[in-house]
Design a protein around this ligand. Structure first.
Ligand SMILES: Nc1ncnc2c1ncn2[C@@H]1O[C@H](COP(=O)(O)OP(=O)(O)OP(=O)(O)O)[C@@H](O)[C@H]1O
Length: 256
């Protein structure tokens, strides 16, 4: 489905942000990428989204190289990034303005209904709470009916209660048509709650350190002893990964 092979990114200032990323993400899989600040998580997501291109290596979706942003790849950022001068429905339909009006209307109503904001279509961004604004950002990503949904720290700016609600809501949205999801997060608990597979990255340069498929039944219970055991295992791995690499780590990544 989504294939990333040897993808590296060197920025114009010479910094190697990502070195030889290899990932295969199956149709419908929920993959989380975790790691400390600066290990290349957002860079990886930007390359997959087509917003930026790798310096070397390839990234393809169903066999076609990703060279620019596409409708079938939706993206949600940490901040909702809504345009304050547009109503909620116009914000949601912005990326599909090339479609006929009738089709746009159907898709916008459907996307807003799916995030529980059907009655907010004519409202304005300034009238929304942080959680509602992030739901609109989700609707905007869903309106293109994406095969792949990329989420870059989507809930980290929200309070714990709203974050928990939206994490559960995201799983409901996923169950509807099972898009492939790649979630970048600092939050190990969020990764364990949502993901089928978790990739831990390390910095200098950004690369995969470890990979795990937690054998936890769904729906997951954050207080379950097994869930907590995995949480501490991953926290320890993250702690190792955030230390400066000595250069003698095993590569490719070992499973935890
Ligand atoms: N446009 C850019 N030009 C130069 N360097 C960049 C650019 N974007 C990111 N970097 C650098 O690349 C490295 C990886 O950045 P990236 O944002 O991908 O990390 P991250 O893991 O997402 O970090 P965080 O969790 O703090 O968002 C960092 O050292 C960052 O300073």
């Amino acid at each position: 489905m989504l294939d990333i092979s040897g993808a590296s990114k060197r920025y114009p200032n010479g910094l190697l942000a990502l070195a030889g990323l290899d990932l295969h993400v199956a149709q419908g899989e929920i993959l989380a990428i975790v790691g400390g600040s600066g290990c290349g998580k957002s860079t990886a997501l930007r390359l997959i989204s087509g917003l930026d291109s790798p310096s070397s290596g390839t990234i393809s979706l169903d066999g076609t190289a990703i060279a620019a942003p596409r409708e079938e790849i939706g993206m949600v950022f940490q901040e909702p990034r809504l345009m304050p001068w547009l109503s909620i429905d116009d914000n949601v339909s912005f990326g599909i303005r090339h479609l006929p009006v009738a089709e746009r209307k159907v898709r916008v109503s459907e996307a807003l209904a799916r995030v529980g904001l059907a009655s907010h279509a004519g409202h304005w961004p300034r009238e929304l709470s942080g959680g509602q604004a992030q739901r609109v950002a989700l609707a905007r990503a869903l309106v293109g009916r994406p095969k792949v949904l990329l989420l870059d720290e989507p809930f980290s700016a929200l309070d714990a209660l709203t974050r928990g609600d939206l994490q559960e809501h995201l799983l409901d949205l996923w169950a509807y048509d099972r898009p492939t999801m790649i979630l970048v997060t600092h939050d190990i608990e969020e990764a364990l709650f949502l993901a089928d597979r978790i990739v831990v990255m390390q910095p200098n340069p950004g690369r995969i350190r470890a990979e795990v498929t937690p054998p936890l039944a769904r729906p997951r219970d954050r207080l379950d002893p097994e869930f907590l055991a995995w949480k501490y295992k991953l926290l320890a791995e993250l702690d190792h990964a955030s230390r400066k690499p000595t250069g003698d780590e095993t590569f490719p990544a070992a499973a935890i």
